[in-house]
Design a protein around this ligand. Structure first.
Ligand SMILES: [Zn+2]
Ligand SMILES: [Zn+2]
Length: 128
């Protein structure tokens, strides 16, 4: 159990001292929580609770450290593009050959005909 100067100072403004102690005791005792993702029990340690209190977080962690780390890695991967290439944005287009609705991986500029996959394949085959 750790007492931090900042927290003690904050709590000194309260009215009843035994409640202060209860709050501190409650806040800085290891807790067993259940992970929302994998259902495993994990320890929300006193030092973690202290860290949370310092940051002003009032919620308990809902995930175990492993799931939290996995999630962090996931979001970091997504924002950076990760190992997998991000999916290319597709633009709706109408095939200049058969008039079918299709999607192309570039913005149709209008000065070049756009073909659907089948027509594009037969078109490029014709050129060879
Ligand atoms: Zn978990
Ligand atoms: Zn076509």
């Amino acid at each position: 159990m750790t007492f931090k100067g900042t927290l003690i100072r904050e709590i000194k403004g309260d009215q009843l001292s035994y409640i202060k102690l209860e709050v501190l005791f409650f806040m800085f005792t290891d807790k067993i929580l259940t992970c929302r993702d994998c259902g495993q029990e994990f320890t929300f340690s006193a030092s973690e609770q202290e860290f949370y209190a310092e940051k002003g977080f009032t919620n308990e962690p809902s995930r175990c450290p492993q799931c939290r780390a996995a999630k962090k890695q996931q979001t970091r991967g997504n924002s950076r593009g990760g190992y997998d290439r991000p999916q290319r944005e597709m633009f709706p287009a109408v095939c200049a050959n058969c008039g079918k609705q299709t999607e192309v991986p570039f913005r149709p500029s209008g000065d070049k005909p756009v073909y659907c996959r089948e027509c594009y394949q037969s078109h490029s085959r014709d050129n060879y």
